[in-house]
Design a protein. Structure first.
Length: 166
């Protein structure tokens, strides 16, 4: 099995993913984001982020032998998010729909051809993107109660017990 790691300019990212798919990478394993805001501040370690960049998208692809289930190759692509939003790879790998929604939900990184993204991990009333480095650590979100009841400030012991739904 071979492994490789590439840093790709944002403008060439979708084309590179398409090339890898054509060359045998048949699975998008993961897509995530890294927030480099304040990285290395106050230390001797410099931030790896290019000037004016904050987010890096990380795509992990795999070539899986469909007959044996053996992994033939793994490829990791990094791409720094520029001023213009990156282009979605959902047309190449349909599972990118959920992964891109997760990146938007947690980090607020939008994709150019994905308008009206909906939250996938957080509830719709949640304000902000919790994995951003500038998200206030002590920020309180409203506790959303059952649909038939009002929002509450605190959970109760009954909230932790499983309920049978008839």
């Amino acid at each position: 099995m071979s492994e490789s790691h590439e840093t790709v300019p944002q403008a060439a990212l979708k084309a590179r993913v398409a090339e890898l798919k054509a060359s045998g990478c048949n699975m998008l394993v993961d897509l995530t984001c890294v927030d480099f805001l304040g990285f290395g501040a106050g230390t001797k370690n410099a931030s790896p982020a290019p000037e004016g960049r904050r987010y890096k998208l990380v795509y992990r692809l795999m070539e899986l032998d469909t007959a044996t289930g053996a992994v033939k190759r793994r490829v990791t692509l990094d791409s720094w998010v520029e001023e213009q939003p990156p282009v979605s790879v959902m047309s190449l790998f349909p599972n990118a729909d959920w992964l891109e929604r997760e990146v938007w939900d947690m980090f607020g990184v939008t994709f150019a051809d994905r308008p009206n993204m909906k939250r996938i991990l957080m509830y719709p009333e949640f304000v902000g993107h919790p994995l951003r480095k500038d998200y206030p650590i002590k920020k309180r979100q409203p506790l959303i109660g059952p649909a038939d009841g009002p929002a509450r400030e605190r959970m109760t012991a009954a909230d932790l017990r499983p309920r049978l739904i008839e």
